[in-house]
Design a protein around this ligand. Sequence first.
Ligand SMILES: [Fe+2]
Length: 252
Amino acid sequence: MDLKKVDKDGKPLNLTKQANRNEQADYYGYWLKDPQSLEPSQEDIKCELQLQALGDFEQLDLPLDAGLFHKEIKQYNDWFVPYLRRDNVSNDREGMLLVGLEGDKPNDSLSRPEAIKRAGRMLYESDFNVPTEAYEKLTSLHPILDYWGTLGRTMIIKSNQGGWFPPHRDSPYLARDTFRVITFLGNGSGMDNYEWWLGDERKTIVANRTYFVDTRKVHRTHSWADNSYHLILNIPKTWENVMKLMSVLNFY
Ligand SMILES: [Fe+2]
């Protein structure tokens, strides 16, 4: 079985071509074409400065009933689909969509490049703002999800043995529309099974805890066990949401 072409059940993968700087990160080109698109507003500047002051991997005090999560995720395991599988790369990672586009199902393709392909238009993280059935059914996550009100693209990533994300940055420009909060979900998401590197530093993860992560900085992840779950939230970057974040810092 060629795991670069099929998933572990033998189902053909919906492959995306390999990442390309000119299509994904030619910021100078974008700026030349439309200077306004990268111009930070006053709110962008104050939000980014405040976020930068907090640290780049900060534990939050948001409750999670891990026992209930394990029970629920078993029930909805069929909603996981392969996550952004690229040409000629073997990478066992899957995802389930919790907040997507109007009409999206939990098992619709959920990476931004795949969603742009299926929608046929450019999409930013905050364009995904409609809860799917998975949001509703996974009640164990409601204390973490509901706290923020309207969310941007939100999903569970399931990294299996050999699943990884290469070094990359998520929207590293001041005018980005969302910031990231991540919950390491369930008992298989801790440091025994999983690595999260930010720059050249491996970060300390406590399983079942939620963190603000500065994903503008280079990060990469690796899993050497199956079923390492991560809840990835895109929080619309507003001053109100930055204040909400500060109110739940574990170390205040
Ligand atoms: Fe990332």
